[in-house]
Design a protein around this ligand. Structure first.
Ligand code: CU
Length: 116
């Protein structure tokens, strides 16, 4: 009798922990966005903007390839929203063009062609 209670408890604990684990595993997704960034200044600007973006956990811009990698919580944001946030910072995000007003506010060294 005692043993069967232990077994039930153990089963419950195992079920709960596996559920918690699978939820944790699903909480983060990663996207890579090709941006129009060019230098370390762009890296600072974009990563700072991502830090304030809802649902974004981590971001990293690889300057040589201009690829922004973003870790996000899919229950709080979507790749579309993240790309839109990138365009509103003044950079192209994949097929989406930069917001012109935000682009105008960028540091001169971050404008297109500044590093050619
Ligand atoms: Cu720049």
């Amino acid at each position: 009798m005692k043993n069967s209670i232990k077994l039930i408890l153990l089963t419950m604990v195992l079920m709960m922990s596996s559920t918690a684990f699978s939820q944790k595993a699903k909480k983060t997704e990663t996207i890579s966005i090709k941006t129009s960034s060019q230098c370390d200044m762009c890296k600072l600007t974009l990563e700072k903007a991502m830090a304030y973006e809802k649902g974004v956990k981590k971001s990293n811009l690889d300057v040589p390839t201009s690829i922004l990698t973003v870790e996000y919580n899919p229950s709080k944001t979507t790749p579309e929203k993240i790309k839109k946030a990138v365009t509103e910072t003044g950079y192209d995000a994949d097929e989406l063009p930069a917001n012109p007003a935000a682009y105008e506010k960028l540091n001169p060294c971050c404008k297109k062609g500044a590093h050619k």
